[in-house]
Design a binder for this molecule. Structure first.
Ligand code: DAR
Length: 352
């Protein structure tokens, strides 16, 4: 596919913006500014500078989704595989599901996160230093007023020296600057100013502040009890939602910096050890596809699988409810564990 004359997409790029940002759409949108002053050129800078982008465009505020709808909507409908008449499906109810791997023979850990942005602020690639500090101050106030069972501590990265920061990083209690895609989108600007992590007393809940989105609300725990992790996450989401106005659209759901995350803005996944299915990837891919799941490397997006530990999570974020995501994951993991068990019983663990 070649870009239309005049649009600076690299000939090798296969990004969604190259596919859907026609010259006409570009000319129709290039002078538009959102209320915070965000432009189309700012939105697509990452996709222009990184020809290997999958998507190539980021929102700079919730209004970007309306101002740049002629290019964002076709990208959203393509990426999320949406049928005509699609819409966000609400629903965030605690669940009762059996632990699929109580002896922890397969699932190393479970991690479920949602992205949330505060509607009254520009999004992460479009914030001034003062806006990042104001956002941090706003959410710190919410953290201080959580119910006792969810209480915890917030650590601002600017309060740490190099040694303290790297000690937290090793424990997964800090996050580095984003990748080159996020860098080109302005998301890493002023790092580590305004960045930090809230950690609940029981260490299950973490909230990243001012990373790719204003908030990444995360519940994680060793093992495969995804229902318990999901239920703890819901309690935190609802407690913060009572205090903060999240950027939300009835049709698109929760609005995020990257259009791949809108809707539930949820990624629910596990790290699972599949020493046999690693040797039969096409079978693993069939099972994950049938259950609307995706396979990532051990370190997550755009990383390799190490020591047969796969990151498996939901592929769908929009057009289905968070509870459906969890049921997809639970059903898919059940099928994957059965297949791995069967393969191991035929050849014994670790045998060729
Ligand atoms: N790397 C960018 C974004 C892809 C989706 N991942 C996010 N949002 N973390 C791309 O266009 O490929």
């Amino acid at each position: 596919m070649t870009a239309e004359p005049g649009l600076p997409f690299h000939v090798t790029s296969c990004s969604k913006i190259k596919q859907y940002l026609t010259l006409k759409r570009y000319n129709d949108l290039k002078e538009i500014r959102t209320p915070s002053g965000y432009s189309l050129d700012q939105a697509i800078r990452s996709g222009i500078e990184n020809p290997d982008s999958n998507i190539g465009i980021y929102a700079g505020d919730m209004e970007s989704y309306d101002c740049f709808a002629p290019v964002l909507l076709p990208i959203i409908e393509d990426y999320h595989h949406l049928d005509p008449g699609w819409s966000h499906k609400p629903g965030l109810q605690e669940v009762v599901l059996p632990d699929l791997d109580p002896e922890q023979r397969f699932i190393r850990s479970s991690r479920i996160r949602v992205a949330r942005n505060l509607g009254k602020f520009p999004f992460s690639g479009n914030m001034t230093p003062d806006q990042r500090l104001e956002l941090e101050k706003t959410v710190k106030h919410a953290f201080r007023n959580l119910p006792e069972k969810l209480s915890g501590t917030y650590t601002a990265f600017t309060d740490l020296n190099e040694k303290q920061f790297h000690a937290l990083l090793k424990k997964g209690l800090a996050f580095r600057k984003g990748d080159r895609f996020m860098d080109a989108a302005g998301i890493n600007r002023d790092y580590p100013l305004g960045r930090g992590i809230f950690t609940s007393r029981d260490n299950i809940i973490r909230v990243w502040v001012n990373e790719e989105d204003h908030l990444r609300i995360i519940a994680q725990s060793p093992g495969g009890d995804i229902a318990n992790v999901f239920n703890r996450l819901i309690q935190m989401i609802k407690a913060l939602g009572d205090k903060l106005d999240f950027a939300f659209d009835p049709k698109k759901g929760f609005l995020t910096t990257c259009p791949t995350n809108i809707g539930t803005a949820m990624r629910a996944g596990v790290h699972i050890h599949l020493e046999k299915l690693e040797q039969n990837l096409s079978f693993l891919e069939t099972i994950t596809r049938d259950h609307h799941l995706q396979i990532r490397g051990t370190g997550g997006e755009k990383t390799a699988v190490e020591k047969a530990v796969f990151d498996i999570s939901n592929a769908r974020r929009l057009g289905i409810s968070a509870n459906t995501i969890l049921k997809d994951l639970h059903g898919g993991l059940q099928a994957i564990i059965q297949a791995e068990q069967k393969s191991r019983s035929f050849s014994g663990p670790g045998l060729g």
